[in-house]
Design a protein. Structure first.
Length: 134
């Protein structure tokens, strides 16, 4: 195993302007020793995928509160796969109804973290799954 830091892109797709949760997660990942790239607000799926490719990330964390998760998340997954990022973890955090989680996972989302998930659980999940693939 190399000493390269795990690289995570944290993204806020769509028109949702609430980024406090994304910033909390970005800081927690950074504090856990990961390299974090935060894209900022109002990113399109194309912008997120392009940044992930350019930054050669291990994981993409999508923070979404707008209710557009069933449209935006699969689009991001598809764009990543089209660009050869088949092993990149795609994680979703935010407001996602329980009944939508299985559908998102069937479309390539690795995991969905709902409000109240501890940052330690998110860090552990990423470490476990990146090391398993790497």
């Amino acid at each position: 195993m190399s000493d390269r830091k795990i690289r995570v892109l944290v993204a806020k797709p769509g028109l949702d302007g609430h980024d406090r949760g994304a910033k909390v997660i970005a800081r927690a990942l950074r504090d856990a020793g990961m390299e974090v790239i935060y894209t900022g607000l109002r990113q399109t799926p194309e912008m997120i995928a392009a940044a992930a490719v350019q930054e050669d990330v291990d994981a993409v964390g999508i923070s979404i509160l707008s209710g557009a998760h069933k449209t935006l998340c699969p689009r991001i997954v598809n764009l990543l796969r089209e660009n050869g990022m088949d092993d990149t973890l795609v994680l979703v955090g935010g407001i996602v109804p329980n009944e939508d989680i299985a559908d998102l996972k069937s479309q390539g989302v690795s995991e969905v973290f709902l409000p109240g998930t501890s940052t330690e659980d998110i860090v552990s999940y990423i470490r476990k799954h990146i090391r398993a693939e790497g």
